[in-house]
Write a new protein. Structure first.
Length: 276
């Protein structure tokens, strides 16, 4: 199976279209297509990715929920994805595509990647700071247990992480005769961070250390993620971890006519295809 891997396209911040290429069996998009799941992200995928792939699996990222109320947008997003013939996996659901089992979840994080140097509470406080923290907690809303509108604070993201991780582990424990691919937006290991390890409490909003899953008897064959705007390809025991994020691109022509290359991730490969 030929699998096209993409993430963190941010096409609303800097417009982009994939270059011409051969049709693939499966496209996996690991989140952050554009701000707004139904307003921008799914329509862009339907126009630019769906025609290039026999199957499309899309795991939404944090930016895909900006400007929305998360559970309401997800409900609309599921309908929009079905209409566009795109498989939306957001909370640990799975799909088998031509013998390949795919498990997908946004995942969020457990805010614990810096322990014991930085506590979980410190990581959550850093992410939730209303001035310098993650803008997710200012740009996304949710609903409380009674269904009333509520801010999307770090404790809500942590609760989702626990739910998504539990579902991923449960599905991985079920027998499957072919390869298994886990797709998450948030990173599953500290080696995916810019420095290859946690260097401050702020890193806790970008990755969790899920080594225990990959080192266990049910570790997946591949784990594809986004969120960290740097290309990654490494192994944890038998699991190959891959990220191919575009990131932001503010490249422009200077007044003297020269070109300023300001790609956030120059290593992004627009036509990265993995053979499974």
């Amino acid at each position: 199976m030929r699998v096209w891997i993409l993430s963190d396209l941010h096409v609303d911040a800097s417009p982009w279209e994939p270059p011409p290429g051969e049709r693939v069996d499966l496209a996996i998009v690991a989140g952050d297509v554009a701000d707004g799941l139904t307003r921008r992200a799914i329509p862009w995928l339907a126009q630019h990715v769906r025609p290039r792939a026999r199957h499309v699996v899309y795991v939404p990222g944090n930016h895909d929920f900006w400007g929305t109320r998360l559970p309401d947008e997800l409900a609309r997003g599921r309908d929009a994805a079905i209409a566009a013939d795109i498989t939306l996996l957001n909370a640990g659901q799975s799909r088998i595509v031509e013998g390949v089992r795919i498990v997908g979840a946004t995942l969020w994080t457990d805010y614990s990647i810096g322990r014991p140097k930085w506590s979980q509470a410190w990581g959550m406080r850093e992410a939730g700071d209303r001035l310098t923290g993650m803008r997710d907690h200012r740009r996304i809303q949710t609903r409380d247990r009674l269904g009333s509108p509520a801010p999307f604070r770090p404790f809500a993201a942590l609760a989702l992480h626990v739910e998504h991780r539990d579902r991923i582990e449960r599905i991985l424990s079920e027998p499957h005769g072919g390869p298994t691919v886990v797709v998450t937006h948030h990173a599953p290991h500290p080696r995916s961070l810019p420095a290859g390890e946690a260097t401050g409490p702020g890193d806790a909003a970008y990755a969790s250390d899920l080594s225990a899953i990959m080192e266990g008897e049910h570790g997946p064959d591949f784990w594809i993620h986004g969120h960290v705007h740097a290309s990654r390809d490494y192994r944890v025991v038998r699991t190959r971890i891959i990220a191919n994020p575009r990131g932001h691109d503010t490249s422009h022509q200077r007044r003297d006519g020269s070109w300023a290359d300001e790609r956030e991730n120059p290593s992004f490969t627009p036509s990265l295809v993995l053979e499974i």
